[in-house]
Design a protein around this ligand. Structure first.
Ligand SMILES: NC(=O)c1ccc[n+]([C@@H]2O[C@H](COP(=O)([O-])OP(=O)(O)OC[C@H]3O[C@@H](n4cnc5c(N)ncnc54)[C@H](O)[C@@H]3O)[C@@H](O)[C@H]2O)c1
Length: 267
């Protein structure tokens, strides 16, 4: 923990906070003084994160919500604001990988395409729609969207639906940054490369044949080899970037897509 208290008297809401980058972000913000709403579709994982927030001496509130469902997002937003008060920081972290069609577009059916877009792009849209108007009214707020290297270039471990969803999320980020900057709300994104979380570790398990699994492992090894910082990132390293963009340390940063990939993709 850094020892700084940048989020004292602030309320933060983190989606996907039951696991990986979202969990690390929730704990980072709580560790720096925020009251944190833990949002996830995984009730048990969300409650476990809330307990860890308790252990840090911060205020946590867990709520179950599938971010791809507009009505669930609206209900969860109201529940969080009733419990913790107006939200100052929104971190859209929840996301899913794409088990089909790494290279073959014909393997992606309509339902698979729709599901990836619904979780990774519509989810952040629903959350921004629920919370940005209040932030703008109060003249204060910060949103950080977790996109991906896949949104800046192409995915190394998932398919075209994933890359498209993450590129779309950067468009959402830029548009809202310009529209809401004048109303005191900053909107930014981070673009992680490989992060050591259940998402990347389960990528191999999603493959159907032993042959495909071996090919995927080879691809992951090659991917790691080409990383200038020759390892995957930790979730905490990504959480540190989210917290920076959400904090007053980044008070003049609005609309950026911050590459948090160890130099794997530089532009
Ligand atoms: N791990 C990586 O290498 C990597 C790289 C780039 C970007 N990302 C992005 O980072 C974000 C977090 O991924 P992670 O690696 O921590 O994965 P993770 O699987 O560890 O965590 C994702 C969390 O999101 C939740 N979630 C998934 N779908 C949801 C839904 N519909 N509603 C509510 N919650 C839902 C899951 O339950 C889980 O707790 C994702 O948006 C992912 O695309 C990850």
């Amino acid at each position: 923990m850094s020892g700084s208290r940048r989020f004292e008297k602030r309320v933060a809401l983190v989606t996907g906070a039951a696991s990986g980058i979202g969990k690390a972000t929730a704990l980072k913000l709580a560790g720096e003084g925020a009251a944190v709403a833990v949002v996830d579709r995984d009730a048990e994982g969300a409650e476990a994160t809330r307990k860890e927030i308790d252990g840090l001496g911060a205020r946590g509130f867990a709520t179950v919500c599938d971010v791809s469902r507009s009505a669930e997002v609206a209900a969860a937003a109201s529940a969080v604001e009733r419990e913790l008060g107006p939200v100052d920081v929104l971190a859209n972290v929840a996301g899913i990988g794409d088990p089909a069609g790494f290279d073959r577009i014909e393997e992606i059916d309509d339902a698979g395409w729709d599901r990836i877009l619904a979780v990774n792009l519509s989810g952040p849209f629903y959350w921004c729609r629920a919370l940005l108007p209040g932030m703008a009214e109060r003249g204060r707020g910060a949103v950080v969207n977790v996109s991906s290297l896949a949104g800046r270039w192409k995915s190394a471990n998932a398919g075209v639906s994933y890359s498209s969803s993450k590129a779309g999320l950067l468009g959402l980020t830029r548009h809202l940054a310009v529209a809401y900057g004048r109303r005191g709300v900053r909107v930014n994104a981070i673009c992680p490369g490989g992060v050591d979380t259940p998402m990347i570790r389960s990528a191999a398990a999603l493959e159907r044949s032993a042959e495909a699994e071996a090919a995927l492992r080879e691809r992951l090894d090659a991917y790691r080899y080409f990383m200038p910082i020759q390892r995957l990132s930790t979730p905490e390293e990504q959480a540190a970037a989210v917290a920076f963009l959400a904090s007053e340390d980044a008070s003049y940063i609005n609309g950026v897509s911050l590459d948090t990939n160890g130099g794997l993709y530089v532009a």
